[in-house]
Design a protein around this ligand. Structure first.
Ligand code: 5GP
Ligand code: MN
Length: 348
């Protein structure tokens, strides 16, 4: 039995809102990952079959390793087509935000959205905030992926029978990518009951794994090799590894969106590394920061403290407006505060 972990009142509120509205826009965060895109496309599939006028709106482009996803070709990207995006937002009766917990994460369209008078729903698994961002919020940080919440929602409104194979593929993709293919945050037994149901719907889990993780271009593989061999700095005293990639280096390897996905996890495979940092220069004075940790080190706190970022306990991120050197300096100077050496502790 899969337990009814989402509050009944929230299910009812969301369902009655979606029943009475026809025009629905689904939005996930910038630099979308498998869970963000998967949860939006799963809801897109479900609501389209319910006869709704639905669109998926992304702040920026779909990474290469997710472009195969069912429904991906119908997505509108704000950065590429702001006029269409604004017109869809203008017509929307409901906006559903998926897999994000702050409006900053929708990028440049945040200010446009803030001016709209529209019903809003949030489905998410990040940490709770002091101030809500939507009228109805289904937000459960204890659940490993937003896709799992979407599955639970669809079941709770009695629509499991109608859940399509495409929808199941999208849900599985997000469950898989937010748990590193079920290698972390993956101990809940109900997760596997849900996967069982998705297999009953006809997904091929091995094929999905291959499409997400086994579809590198040669350039991407060489970029990974370069980053790990030439660019990874290991600081044993702080059990930390740091990788930086400048715009020039990314361009040298013909970098496409998504090519560095997963790179930040690699240094954690070194037995003595428990904090991994990856800094990617998007453009001049815009550094995308990814932080990962093992164990009881909260990287969402580090991202928030140092860069006003956020995320999950062991996986977080931020954007820094400044140079690579500055970002690197801020991190290195902060290491003794978060990863004090045993000698430091004895001194205290
Ligand atoms: P990634 O390193 O894969 O880009 O992001 C890891 C996690 O950090 C994401 O799931 C998301 O929760 C969070 N995250 C990434 N970038 C940002 C950001 O710019 N701001 C905030 N608040 N969270 C972020
Ligand atoms: Mn997620």
């Amino acid at each position: 039995m899969i337990s009814k972990i989402i509050d009944e009142d929230l299910i009812q509120k969301t369902n009655s809102l979606l029943q009475k509205c026809d025009n629905i826009v689904l939005i996930t965060h910038e630099y979308p990952d498998g869970d963000g895109l998967g949860s939006a496309l799963a809801m897109y599939d479900y609501l389209s079959l319910e006869g709704k006028q639905v669109s998926v709106l992304l702040p920026n482009e779909i990474p290469s390793f997710l472009q195969w996803m069912p429904g991906a070709d119908s997505v509108i990207v704000y950065e590429q087509d702001p006029e269409t995006a604004r017109s869809l937002l203008g017509q929307a009766e409901v906006i559903i935000f998926l897999d994000l917990n702050s409006m900053e994460r929708v990028g440049a369209m945040a200010s446009f959205i803030s001016q709209l008078t529209v019903h809003t729903v949030l489905i998410d698994h990040h940490n709770l905030r002091e101030k809500p961002i939507a009228h109805v919020e289904i937000q459960l940080p204890q659940i490993a992926s937003t896709c799992e919440l979407v599955f639970r929602y669809i079941c709770r409104v009695g629509a499991f029978e109608k859940l399509s194979k495409d929808c199941a593929v999208c849900i599985y993709t997000g469950m898989m990518t937010d748990t590193g293919a079920f290698t972390y945050n993956s101990q809940s037994n109900e997760m596997y009951l849900i996967i069982n149901q998705l297999i009953v719907k006809g997904i091929d889990k091995d094929e999905i794994y291959k499409k997400v993780y086994g579809n590198y271009t040669e350039n991407r593989m060489r970029l990974m090799g370069y980053a790990l061999y030439e660019k990874m700095e290991v600081l044993p005293v702080y059990q930390t590894a740091i990788i930086t990639l400048s715009r020039e280096e990314l361009d040298r390897f013909g970098h496409q969106a998504g090519d560095t996905e997963g790179l930040v996890n690699q240094p954690l495979n070194i037995s003595d590394v428990r904090f991994s940092v990856f800094l990617r220069e998007e453009e001049q004075n815009e550094i995308k920061i990814s932080l990962r940790s093992e164990g009881d080190l909260s990287v969402s706190k580090i991202a928030a403290d140092l860069f006003q970022g956020g995320g999950h306990f062991n996986a977080s991120g931020a954007t820094y407006r400044g140079s690579m050197q500055e970002a690197l300096r801020i991190i290195k100077e902060a290491l003794p505060n978060y990863l004090g050496t045993p000698e430091d502790e004895e001194d205290n």
